[in-house]
Design a protein around this ligand. Structure first.
Ligand SMILES: *Cc1c(COP(=O)(O)O)cnc(C)c1O
Length: 339
């Protein structure tokens, strides 16, 4: 038994999910005739109180479709310096949208309204046109941190005042909703567009949903096509997301409990210098001076425990659907016996 804490993307479909795929009603989604895709999009739009939705093959595709739909080449996009849209999407803001990024240093990945205000360019032909603000909730490199909805509302008001579009990279938004007890509708009200991943903690093999206005989604469909993301019988994948919405959302609380247990065990270990506060399913930590992260990873690998580094110093553990309580216990015991 391997306890794979490297990422919540490593989950494999459960038996129930596979059955849902086998029984899925499908059609050609490029013709917009796939009943499973259409049902998923309708359910997600209703849940968030947004006009329309679009299934995309990955979270990166949803974000990139959104950014390039909201902007024109030469525009500026405001985001956090380690946000996924900037840090992990292969330079897509520049490559796909032709935009430049204005990055801010956040607090565990979160930026605030007063920081954003300082980055909005004046209407001056020397300066790039500030078009879009991207937030990330939960923040990946921020260790699964969650925004306070009050700050998001402040940011939305600032964006409205300055005619800016506000997009949410909500790859792990369901983790945030479960952890903070906020409603999906509060989020739907605050953003022009939201991307949500199904291939992370929700346990699907692939897929993401992009939410927004009817007009935005109509334009986004063309972008998705341009990106090569018009999939035909995508309903087999949409069926996994429908299954996950019913069966895998509330259980995210278990992942959060497991992550807290891991965080506490790390905190107790004399070789661990720092653990970021654990709010959801990500645990980011640093070892004490002189300790080699690769050596730590190797020792745990020998005990069938997998984890990753996310920088020279920082390590990451992620809990998800395939992490069972015994695996968390196995880690806690192994760590206790590790010098
Ligand atoms: C995983 C992730 C994405 C999208 O990743 P894909 O692998 O392309 O689905 C987007 N944003 C954040 C914060 C993520 O963690």
């Amino acid at each position: 038994m391997i306890a794979d804490f490297r990422s919540d993307t490593v989950t494999k479909p459960t038996e129930g999910m596979l059955k849902a795929m086998m029984q899925a009603q499908v059609g050609d989604d490029v013709f917009r005739e796939d009943p499973s895709v259409n049902l998923l999009e309708k359910k997600m739009a209703d849940l968030f109180g947004m006009e329309a939705a679009l299934w995309c093959a990955s979270g990166t595709m949803s974000n990139q479709v959104a950014i390039s739909t909201h902007t024109r080449p030469g525009d500026e996009v405001i985001c956090e310096q380690e946000s996924h849209v900037y840090y992990y999407e292969g330079g897509g803001i520049a490559f796909n949208a032709g935009c430049q990024s204005r990055t801010l240093v956040g607090d565990r990945g979160k930026i605030n309204a007063s920081q954003i205000l300082t980055c909005i360019n004046p209407d001056d032909p020397h300066r790039a046109h500030t078009a879009l603000v991207c937030l990330e909730n939960t923040s990946n490199r921020g260790g699964g941190s969650c925004y306070d909805i009050k700050e998001i509302i402040k940011i939305k008001e600032l964006c409205d005042l300055h005619g800016l579009i506000l997009h949410l990279d909500g790859a792990r938004l369901f983790n945030a909703l479960v952890a903070t007890q906020e409603t999906a509708r509060n989020y739907g009200d605050a953003f022009h567009s939201i991307s949500v991943c199904f291939n992370k903690g929700l346990g699907c093999p692939a897929g993401s949903v992009l939410l927004g206005s009817e007009k935005f989604i109509r334009q986004a469909i063309r972008k998705r096509k341009v990106f090569g993301g018009g999939l035909r019988q995508a309903g087999y994948l949409a069926a996994t997301a429908l299954y996950a919405l019913e069966n895998h959302v509330e259980r995210l609380a278990t992942d959060h409990l497991h992550a807290r247990q891991i965080g506490e065990a790390l905190q107790r270990h004399p070789g661990v210098k720092m653990v970021l506060p654990v709010e959801t399913n990500l645990v980011i930590f640093e070892l004490g001076d002189g300790r080699d992260p690769q050596d730590f990873i190797k020792k745990l690998r020998e005990k069938n425990i997998l984890l990753l580094t996310i920088s020279n110093k920082r390590l990451r553990m992620v809990t998800h659907l395939d992490i069972k309580p015994e695996m968390v216990e196995h880690f806690v015991t192994t760590l206790r016996n590790l010098e």
